[in-house]
Design a protein around this ligand. Structure first.
Ligand SMILES: Nc1ncnc2c1ncn2[C@@H]1O[C@H](COP(=O)(O)OP(=O)(O)O)[C@@H](O)[C@H]1O
Ligand SMILES: [Mg+2]
Length: 342
């Protein structure tokens, strides 16, 4: 089990110049203005779950992953991994977790650039104490699953960013850690590669029961992969199953999305005051509308639409993206800078 208890991190402000009096004071003493990255974040993750940490850029996702690896020390609070404090008892945790940081960033310097993919993987498997034959089997299985077989003799250096990310994803399939932390695992990937990565993540969860923490700002990804998600921006905003969050959001009667195709042009002003948001474009004599409305206004919208030559109308399901866009615009999540209270 993983438990985050009031996890809080404030970074010191950047030093502008040692000649600047304020910077010098911050550098020498206890900086007064601090940059919040995590504020009192508490949650639990059960064994075998795929848990999504969902937040916009700067929410504190990478900071969380760094604390799990004792790369960053929290200002207060604790992160327990299988009962051990991730920082204070790092030696007990480090063999159990494996982390992949966003993009193809090789933060731990695992890969040799002028060495083939296969040799790199064999070397890392050896470091993790996996017996030779077993390692070979696992490497073949991982390369097959990730569609990387034809790259196994290629130098790591020659691979594209997407390929490198996939090679990185081969590692948890080979090492089979108890806990896998993926920091924005598909961040620069094209849609096809993204699907391969998703498959690998689901396979890990299904085959090995790996507990997976996945950070992302891609809501579709969270919806597809995660059993539960925590939406946060420094502070917790919401927590639950992706579907439950969407339902909760629906009961708030905040959102309904209508996609409408109309012959001819429309007057956008007609929808003033009843649509929350409206997107429109015209093509080949048709106007395409995306209308976000509060449920109570559905009748009014339909009444206006009767004035037009409506060719098609669709009621789109609410996605996690809608939930996210809405709740993340609440004030609680906009504070990018704050003074530490304690
Ligand atoms: N080493 C650092 N020094 C100062 N501020 C930092 C540092 N790392 C991150 N931050 C700040 O902490 C906040 C959270 O950053 P981060 O954890 O990287 O968010 P995310 O991964 O969700 O984009 C941001 O405001 C970021 O600018
Ligand atoms: Mg990040």
């Amino acid at each position: 089990m993983i438990e985050s208890v009031n996890l809080t991190k404030f970074y010191p402000p950047p030093i502008k110049s040692l000649f600047d009096l304020k910077s010098l004071r911050d550098f020498l003493g206890k900086p007064r203005e601090k940059i919040p990255a995590l504020i009192d974040l508490s949650f639990k993750i059960k064994e075998g779950e795929i848990f999504g940490l969902l937040g916009p850029n700067g929410a504190g996702k990478t900071t969380f992953c760094k604390i799990a690896n004792a790369l960053v020390i929290p200002t207060r609070g604790n992160l327990y991994i299988n009962g051990y404090d991730s920082v204070k008892e790092h030696d007990k945790v480090k063999g159990k977790i494996f982390t992949i940081f966003g993009g193809e960033r090789d933060l731990f310097g695992l890969f040799q650039w002028r060495v083939s993919v296969e040799k790199n993987l064999k070397f890392i498997a050896e470091l993790w104490g996996i017996p030779k034959v077993e390692a070979e089997n696992r490497i073949n299985y991982a390369l097959e699953l990730l569609n990387l077989k034809d790259k196994k003799n290629e130098w790591y250096q020659k691979l594209s960013a997407g390929m490198r990310q996939k090679v990185y994803l081969a590692l948890p399939l080979i090492i089979q850690p108890e806990v896998l932390i993926l920091d924005e695992p598909t961040v620069y990937l094209d849609v096809f590669t993204r699907r391969e990565v998703w498959n690998a993540i689901l396979e890990l969860s299904k085959e090995f029961g790996t507990t997976i923490i996945l950070t992302t700002h891609n809501l579709n990804e969270a919806e597809v992969l995660c059993n539960r998600v925590l939406i946060f921006n420094k502070k917790k905003i919401a927590e639950g199953k992706p579907k439950e969050l969407i339902e909760k959001f629906q009961t708030l009667k905040i959102d309904r999305k209508l996609l409408v195709k109309i012959k001819g042009k429309i007057k956008i002003e007609d929808f003033n005051g009843i649509a929350e948001k409206i997107n429109a474009y015209t093509q080949n004599g048709f106007t395409y509308l995306g209308i976000y409305i509060k449920r109570d206004y559905l009748k009014d919208i339909l009444a206006i639409l009767t004035n037009y030559d409506v060719v098609d109308i669709q009621n789109e399901p609410v996605t996690l993206e809608d939930v996210f866009t809405h709740i993340c615009s609440f004030d609680s999540c906009v504070n990018s800078r704050a003074e530490e209270k304690s």
